[in-house]
Unconditional design. Structure first.
Length: 266
């Protein structure tokens, strides 16, 4: 064999080996990443993480003071109980701190794996959880357990549980209420309380679609709960859409008012 042919043969072998390595390494990395995700989402890790976050939130809240001008949320929530407390995404870490502890509550959380940590935290506050998507309407909601979740929430309301529900749709348009919260109010006959909770000292997760707010110690907290909104049992599609817009405006008005109370622009 000539020197030229030998060089070509060696080059071909090296190239094939290189391709095999390139194929093996990405596959190995993918398997490693999948295993790491499974481990991080395991029950033990979720339990430990939930406990750490719960204790951290308790500590942060103990250092905060409620600003003058906040709603007397205890009186409002007690008077309307059981009601549907509507919030925006991104404020859910503050929700457990403005509910009367003597009243039973349930929170709607999504069914994805990332929500397991939220469930672990919420349940440590003594709040029950229902898993499903409550924002979208139609087939997407049904596929994500939305219909079952709304039925479960209606049953909780009938048993005297208040509901804490994020009104805007995950990965959708922030601060735009979905039809899920409107539907729950229609089928349960219970009012929606448009609400907001903000702090003066916070870290905003800019990479998150909803700009999740992490409260920081030694800040001031403002809580605003608006007037109850009811949805008629016979509301048609047009009436439901009108109520959806009304709820969107009411929750955002509560959010703007709370931001102003802590000296920030919404």
């Amino acid at each position: 064999m000539s020197d030229e042919l030998m060089v070509q043969a060696r080059t071909g072998e090296d190239g094939a080996a290189s391709k095999r390595k390139r194929g093996i390494l990405p596959a190995w990395r993918k398997r490693t990443r999948r295993l790491a995700r499974r481990l991080l989402r395991g029950r033990a890790i979720m339990a430990i993480g939930g406990s750490v976050i719960y204790r951290g939130l308790r500590l942060v809240h103990a250092t905060q003071s409620e600003v003058p001008g906040s709603t007397d949320w205890r009186a409002r929530l007690t008077a309307e109980h059981p009601a549907i407390v509507g919030l925006w995404h991104g404020q859910h870490l503050l929700a457990p701190f403005f509910r009367p502890e003597e009243l039973p509550y349930v929170a709607l959380l999504s069914r994805n794996a990332d929500a397991e940590m939220n469930a672990a935290v919420v349940e440590r506050f003594g709040i029950a959880t229902v898993r499903g998507s409550g924002g979208r309407a139609g087939p997407v909601r049904a596929q994500k357990g939305g219909a079952r979740a709304l039925i479960a929430l209606r049953q909780h309301l009938a048993r005297g549980f208040g509901v804490c529900m994020i009104a805007d749709v995950p990965k959708g348009v922030p601060r735009d209420a979905g039809l899920g919260i409107v539907t729950l109010a229609r089928i349960s006959g219970r009012p929606i309380l448009p609400s907001a909770a903000v702090t003066s000292r916070r870290y905003v997760v800019q990479s998150s679609w909803d700009k999740t707010t992490v409260p920081m110690p030694f800040g001031r907290i403002a809580v605003v709960v608006g007037d109850p909104i009811t949805v008629p049992a016979d509301a048609d599609e047009a009436a439901m859409e009108a109520k959806r817009r009304e709820i969107t405006l009411a929750i955002e008005a509560a959010n703007v008012a709370a931001e102003r109370l802590v000296g920030r622009g919404a």
